[in-house]
Write a protein that binds this ligand. Structure first.
Ligand code: FES
Ligand SMILES: [Fe+2]
Length: 406
C-alpha cells in the first residue's frame, strides 16, 4: 500500500459523526499528506495589510513546512512569494517582519527587488539569465485589511467569501489598524487536535473560567443566537447600525456576529474595553463579537476595541505552532490607551489552557486503546464540521491523484 492508499484507508475507517482514526493524528505519512493536500490547497490567512505599512515592509512566515514571504512593493502593492532563493534555495528572510529596500539572500547575496525580480547575482557568467530567476510568486488576496494566500494552481472559490467578509469585517476599519502584539506558542499535539479544540466550547465552562466571563460558552450549534429577548434586541440594534449578524458559511469559512455575555463590551478579563480608541464606534462600541473562521487553521474575533487572530501551523506530526495577533486602532497609544499585558491577557491564558487540553488529547490518542468517539451534536457541531471538511478535502485531493492511490 502506498502513502496515499494508506490515507484513503484511514479516512475509510472513520465512522460518521466521529473524530478521526489514530493514524491521522500521529502518523508522519498523514503529516506529509496534510501539508500537500490541506495546507497546500486551501486559502490561508497570512495576517493583515497593516503589518506591511510601507514599501519594503515584509512578513516572513511558515505555512506548515513551506516558507513564504509577503512584501509591499515600490508601487504599494502587496505581493507574496515562495521564500526560497532561486540560487540554491536558502530562505531569504527569517520568520518575522521587517523592512528592506531589496531582498538579499543571506547565503551568496543574490539580490531581488521588492517585486521579486533578480537584480544581481555575482560571478554567474555573462550568459546567466537573471530574468528567468525571479522569485516564484504566490497567489495573494487582500479583503478588508486581511491577507490570504494560496499555493494551489486552482484555489478554492474566493469571490463570494471576499464579498461577505468585506461586509462583516469592513466596519472594523482594519485600514486604520496596527499590530499591537504577537506571540507564538508550541503545542505538543497534532494540528487537527488543536483546531478541533478551537472549534468547540464543550470544554469551555470547566476549561476556560476567564473566557467564560465574557464569551457565551453555552452557545450551541453554529454561532446563530438563541431567540431570547436579549438576543432579539441585539440583532435589532446591530441591524440599525448596519452591522451584519447572520451566521453564514461557505465550504471553508464561517462568519457571524454574536452577542457577548450581558454588560460585556470586549473579550477581556472583566468584559470592559481593552483599548480607549475604538476600531468600530458603532453603537458606542457595544457590538458583540464578529467571528471569522477559516479552515484549516484560523479564527478571528473582532470586538469594537480590538481584533484577535488565532492561527495553527503544523510543525511535526505531534507539534503545532499557535500564533496569536492582536490589532488595535493605529492611533491608540500604548501605555495611555491600552496596555499590551491587559490586551493579550485573556487569549494568552485561554491559549495556554487549550495547549494543555490539546496535549492531553494527543497523549490519550496515542494509546493503543484509542478509538474515534462521537461528537456532541449540540456542543461540538463546529468541531464535527471541521473534521468533515478535513475528510472531504482529503478525499478530493486523493481523487485528484487517483492514479497514484494503489
Ligand atoms: S542560496 Fe541564495 S544566493 Fe545562494
Ligand atoms: Fe478552548
Amino acid at each position: 500500500m502506498n502513502d496515499l492508499a494508506r490515507i484513503a484507508a484511514l479516512l475509510d475507517q472513520r465512522p460518521e459523526g466521529h473524530c478521526l482514526p489514530q493514524g491521522l493524528y500521529n502518523d508522519p505519512v498523514a503529516f506529509a499528506f496534510d501539508q500537500q493536500a490541506i495546507y497546500g490547497t486551501s486559502w490561508i490567512m497570512a495576517g493583515f495589510a497593516c503589518e506591511l505599512p510601507r514599501s519594503g515592509s515584509y512578513l516572513s512566515q511558515m505555512v506548515g513546512s513551506w516558507p513564504i514571504l509577503i512584501v509591499r512593493g515600490r508601487d504599494g502593492a502587496i505581493r507574496a512569494f515562495h521564500n526560497s532563493c532561486r540560487h540554491r534555495g536558502s530562505i531569504l528572510c527569517q520568520p518575522g517582519s521587517g523592512h528592506a529596500p531589496r531582498i538579499v539572500c543571506p547565503y551568496h547575496n543574490w539580490t531581488y527587488d521588492l517585486e521579486g525580480a533578480l537584480l544581481a547575482a555575482s560571478r554567474m557568467g555573462d550568459d546567466f539569465d537573471k530574468a528567468s530567476h525571479g522569485l516564484k510568486p504566490l497567489r495573494i488576496e487582500e479583503v478588508a485589511g486581511a491577507l490570504f494566500v494560496c499555493f494551489a494552481d486552482e484555489p478554492p472559490p474566493f469571490a463570494d467569501f471576499a464579498a461577505k467578509l468585506q461586509t462583516y469585517l469592513g466596519p472594523h476599519r482594519l485600514d486604520q489598524a496596527k499590530l499591537a502584539f504577537e506571540s507564538t506558542i508550541s503545542e505538543s499535539a497534532n494540528w487537527k487536535l488543536v483546531m478541533e479544540n478551537g472549534r468547540e466550547c464543550y470544554h469551555c465552562i470547566t476549561g476556560h473560567p476567564e473566557l467564560a466571563r465574557t464569551f457565551p460558552v453555552g452557545m450551541s450549534k453554529h454561532f446563530d443566537v438563541a431567540a431570547d429577548e436579549r438576543a432579539k434586541a441585539f440583532l435589532e440594534t446591530m441591524a440599525a447600525n448596519d452591522l451584519a449578524t447572520d451566521a453564514i458559511e461557505g465550504d471553508w469559512w464561517q462568519l457571524a456576529r454574536f452577542a457577548l455575555n450581558p454588560e460585556v463590551r470586549s473579550l477581556s478579563m472583566d468584559g470592559k474595553p481593552l483599548v480607549k480608541k475604538l476600531m468600530c464606534e458603532a453603537n458606542g462600541g457595544d457590538i458583540g463579537s464578529m467571528r471569522l473562521a477559516i479552515d484549516p487553521h484560523c479564527f478571528v474575533h473582532a470586538t469594537a476595541d480590538h481584533v484577535f487572530m488565532f492561527s495553527a501551523m503544523p510543525v511535526s506530526p505531534t507539534e503545532t505552532h499557535v500564533t496569536g495577533k492582536w490589532l488595535v486602532h493605529k492611533d491608540a497609544v500604548e501605555g495611555e490607551d491600552y496596555s499590551v499585558d491587559e490586551l493579550a491577557k485573556l487569549w494568552t491564558v485561554t491559549n495556554l489552557q487549550d495547549k494543555e487540553l490539546a496535549e492531553n488529547n494527543q497523549k490519550g490518542v496515542n494509546s493503543p486503546a484509542y478509538t474515534p468517539g462521537p461528537y456532541s451534536r449540540d456542543a461540538e457541531m463546529l468541531a464535527l464540521r471541521f473534521t468533515d471538511w478535513y475528510c472531504n478535502t482529503a478525499r478530493s485531493y486523493l481523487e485528484s491523484q487517483s492514479a497514484d492511490v494503489v
